[in-house]
Design a protein around this ligand. Structure first.
Ligand SMILES: *Cc1c(COP(=O)(O)O)cnc(C)c1O
Length: 404
């Protein structure tokens, strides 16, 4: 049974105070908090197993290698990849996307097109712009509507035989909109394009099945999934990962090196140059264990309750407007108070111990669409409570009184 009070006991940070008030952490879309089960794994790794992997014959190196490869298997199982070498460890979503974008330089020419969505994070726009500059390919954008949804009929008209790659996030980090990726994947494949799904914002709420989705690439970051920062994953279908050139040169990614010619290691090592974030990878596996233990269905159902409650309560405040009103959302609420800058609201909330994000949320094109400088974003996780939402609502009211 889902019990938020016992879950909260797992997160040491949730019992600290900020500015003398109990911490209310509503910045989960930026990074999630870490349960003691994951912290323990990190402490245990550095206390007992720390060594470099895949290199030494000594015991510690073997242990570290085993733990790291077990974590890869956990990630494989979680995302239901067919093969463990289809999971590449990276430093996070941004790194994963750049790895794919860099590889596609080899396949694109000036008549080719890449389609991205208007709901993207900057880390999902810039690498494709750089790729287009290098290759002469064109970038096309699926537009959004006032509800913060993609205009899917426009996507259909953008697709053509020139489309080589389609890139969308599953969930928008700025608005929480859940995009219809099954449809998008199917349509992309009809014209023979590859499809990359950014799961950074959806993976904490929706457990994906990369084989059932038939997606070519899928990326995520551990730190949004109760794991540590600086580690993430790239899933790629084996046939694609074999075709893509290596991203970085270095140790671990080579089979044989002479000054005449270097041959590359097999998957996944071809894409894992240098000493990786070994402890981070192992902790990523532990974080998935932790969340699976609670269960993603229970997590999603509880977060939906929080979203419905917070939406209803916040909308009772005069002059409060919510951006992103799709029926299909994760627990993210982006809002503004009429005539008040989001930064000022965030500052007053912080004084009351309430952590929200303010600004453009790395999604300036969305803010431009609404013609606003930014929003206040409260994003909820399964360890948040309705009482904390009540604290947010009274904090917002207080900010309104002080600032208007
Ligand atoms: C957080 C986020 C990213 C970037 O993730 P990093 O861990 O900073 O690399 C990319 N896309 C979306 C949708 C995100 O929410």
């Amino acid at each position: 049974m889902f019990n938020v009070n016992s879950i909260r006991q797992d997160f040491p940070i949730l019992s600290r105070k900020v500015h003398g008030k109990p911490l209310v952490y509503f910045d989960n879309a930026a990074t999630s908090q870490t349960p003691k089960q994951v912290i323990d794994v990190i402490v245990e790794y550095y206390s007992k197993h720390n060594a470099n992997i895949h290199r030494g014959v000594h015991a510690l190196s073997q242990e570290a290698t085993d733990l790291y490869e077990q974590a890869r298997k956990k990630i494989q199982t979680h995302f239901n990849a067919a093969k463990s070498h289809e999971i590449i460890f990276t430093s996070g979503t941004t790194h994963s996307i750049n790895l794919v974008a860099n590889g596609f330089s080899n396949f694109l020419g000036k008549n080719d097109e890449i389609i991205v969505s208007a709901l993207e994070h900057h880390s999902n726009i810039v690498p494709w712009q750089m790729l287009c500059e290098r290759t002469g390919a064109k970038l096309k954008v699926i537009p959004m509507n006032n509800e913060g949804e993609l205009v899917i009929s426009e996507f259909d008209t953008l697709l053509s035989k020139n489309t080589k790659l389609v890139f969308v996030n599953h969930v928008s980090n700025a608005l929480g909109t859940v995009n219809p990726i099954e449809y998008i994947i199917g349509k992309a494949h009809e014209v023979g394009a590859a499809i990359l799904i950014d799961g950074a914002q959806s993976s904490p709420h929706i457990k994906p099945d990369v084989q059932a989705l038939d997606v070519d690439f899928y990326v995520a970051s551990a730190h949004k999934l109760c794991g540590p920062t600086g580690v993430g994953m790239l899933y790629g279908k084996e046939e694609w990962l074999k075709k893509l050139p290596p991203y970085q040169g270095g140790g671990e990614m080579i089979a044989e090196v002479t000054f005449e010619k270097t041959t590359y290691a097999d998957l996944p090592h071809k894409f894992e140059a240098g000493t990786p974030n070994i402890c981070g990878g192992i902790a990523f596996g532990a974080a998935l264990d932790y969340m699976n233990n609670i269960g993603f269905e229970a997590i999603a159902a509880y977060e939906q309750e929080l979203l419905d409650y917070a939406t209803k309560e916040l909308l009772m405040i005069d002059g409060l407007k919510i951006y992103g009103t799709s029926e299909h959302k994760t627990a993210v609420i982006s809002f503004n108070l009429e005539g008040i800058h989001p930064y000022d609201v965030g500052t007053i909330l912080d004084q009351q111990g309430i952590a929200v994000r303010t600004g453009h949320h790395c999604a300036q094109p969305i803010m431009d669409y609404y013609n606003i400088p930014g929003t206040v974003r409260a994003s909820f996780s399964f360890y948040n409570t309705k009482e904390e939402i009540d604290a947010l609502v009274s904090g917002v009211k207080k900010a309104q009184r002080m600032l208007s």
